[in-house]
Design a protein around this ligand. Structure first.
Ligand SMILES: *[C@@H]1O[C@H](CO)[C@@H](O)[C@H](O)[C@H]1NC(C)=O
Ligand SMILES: *[C@@H]1O[C@H](CO)[C@@H](O)[C@H](O)[C@H]1NC(C)=O
Ligand SMILES: *[C@@H]1O[C@H](CO)[C@@H](O)[C@H](O)[C@H]1NC(C)=O
Length: 419
């Protein structure tokens, strides 16, 4: 090698390293130089506090977390930092013009205003008319991941439902395909019925079982809805002034099913929601009017006879349990298996179903006021609120956070203001 070449050979790498060293120093001092790292922390905290004081029902660590956001704040310069520090920024959901979402994917700053495109869409409707697509549109506005199509009940094509095919009950129907096939062959009906299926705009109400329904005389308002959904054994007879008399469908799991055959109301659908594999076996026996073989495996006594024609029986799409648990509420995934605190309550499952299948959604009889321990827990029993126990299966407080988002942003209307 010639000496000149040797020199180049040594100089080139030196130049390269020199440049890298120089430029990294520059970058470093540009980003962190003026604002030492410790200043970033309080900034993030200020944002969190703002979101909490605005009383939105945000989960614990919602707004800005991780180095990406911190980097963004620093990168966007000291002007915005100052603004954040002095608390002039009123809207925590759109720092620096970007909407902020919580861990579940809900907009952090919720409000009840109608977006301009919906104002236009519903502008010509007369006062009080049913607004087509309203609940789903409002849901999408606060939760952009929402996708409306999801059939209410399983039909003969259920094996094509990609989202549920790989989950065991309650989040799907894996291992139960044959028995479901068998049941659906017997029921032969998979919709709400011709009159309701034809409606171009459906209003649904989910009637919860809460004591908040008592003495509010909401019965006639509830009966005005096109679809009235009731849960488990919640009675109608004797309570119609407060809870109405119409039942379009009653969603039930075996332990919650009405046991006195005379209490089943005519003209309502028996909608089955499975939480464990054994539940499907129970349903097959009910459909076939077989004698129930023992009640082992159920956590309380179950109905031995459902006085319903197979054509009045439906199976609720288990996707609503899965979506409510893992996406809306954010309960533990537990590898897709049932586990501690990861089962949504039937009421929230019903609301999830309605978001996909109704144009407007209302609820009544939801929520417990823990400040009133002596108020009745259910509208039909004398059991007091104070009797409510820490549940192994449900996470009531996390579930309530989700429901409050829906109420706060007017996705659903809460007639009894309990949520
Ligand atoms: C509302 O009515 C006006 C006047 O008839 C019409 O021009 C407009 O297109 C209508 N808007 C919608 C969303 O139907
Ligand atoms: C409802 O009204 C009845 C009769 O006035 C009363 O006995 C009952 O305690 C009330 N229930 C609630 C929850 O306020
Ligand atoms: C409910 O969720 C919260 C927050 O994730 C958790 O701390 C609590 O232990 C959960 N409760 C139950 C009963 O699983």
């Amino acid at each position: 090698m010639k000496p000149a070449h040797k020199l180049l050979f040594v100089l080139c790498p030196m130049l390269v390293f020199g440049f890298i060293y120089y430029s990294s120093g520059k970058l470093h001092s540009y980003v962190w130089g003026q604002k030492p790292h410790k200043d970033v922390e309080p900034t993030v905290k200020v944002i969190k506090v703002t979101s909490h004081t605005s009383k939105s029902t945000v989960s614990q660590e919602p707004v800005v977390d991780g180095a990406v956001s911190a980097g963004r704040i620093v990168g966007s310069g000291t002007a915005s930092l100052q603004r954040v520090h002095s608390g002039q920024h009123a809207n925590p959901s759109s720092y620096f013009g970007r909407p902020v979402f919580d861990k579940q994917g809900f907009l952090v700053h919720l409000d009840a205003k109608l977006p301009p495109e919906l104002l236009y869409k519903y502008g010509n409707l007369s006062e009080g008319a049913c607004k087509p697509g309203y609940a789903a549109a409002k849901m999408t506005a606060i939760y952009p991941k929402f996708s409306k199509p999801a059939t209410m009940f399983l039909d003969r094509n259920f094996k094509r439902l990609a989202k549920v095919i790989n989950y065991l009950p309650p989040f799907g129907f894996r291992t139960q395909e044959r028995i479901i096939d068998f049941i659906l062959t017997a029921t032969k009906n998979y919709g709400l019925g011709p009159d309701l299926d034809r409606l171009s705009c459906k209003r649904c109400i989910i009637v919860g079982n809460g004591g908040v329904l008592s003495n509010k005389s909401l019965g006639s308002r509830i009966d005005e809805y096109d679809v009235v959904v009731r849960l488990n054994e919640a009675p109608v007879t004797g309570y119609t002034r407060d809870v109405g008399s119409k039942t379009t469908l009653r969603i039930t799991y075996p332990e919650g099913a009405i046991q006195k055959t005379e209490r089943y109301e005519k003209d309502s659908l028996f909608v089955f929601s499975a939480f464990k594999p054994l539940d499907f076996k129970w349903l097959r026996q009910m459909v076939l009017k077989e004698k129930l073989q023992g009640t082992e495996g159920f956590w309380k006594s179950v109905a031995r006879n459902v006085p319903r024609d197979p054509s009045e029986i439906r199976i609720l799409n288990p996707y609503f349990i899965q979506e409510a648990a893992f996406q809306f509420i954010g309960l533990p995934q537990n590898n897709g298996l049932m586990g501690k605190g990861n089962i949504p309550t039937l009421g929230t499952v019903a609301i999830t179903m309605a978001l996909h299948n109704c144009d407007e959604v209302a609820v009544a009889g939801f929520g417990y006021d823990m400040n009133m321990p002596h108020a009745p827990l259910h509208y039909y029993e004398t059991v007091k609120m104070s009797a409510i126990k820490e549940s192994w299966t449900h996470n009531i407080s996390k579930e309530k956070e989700f429901l409050r988002k829906l109420v706060k942003s007017n996705v659903i209307t809460d007639l009894t203001n309990g949520i």
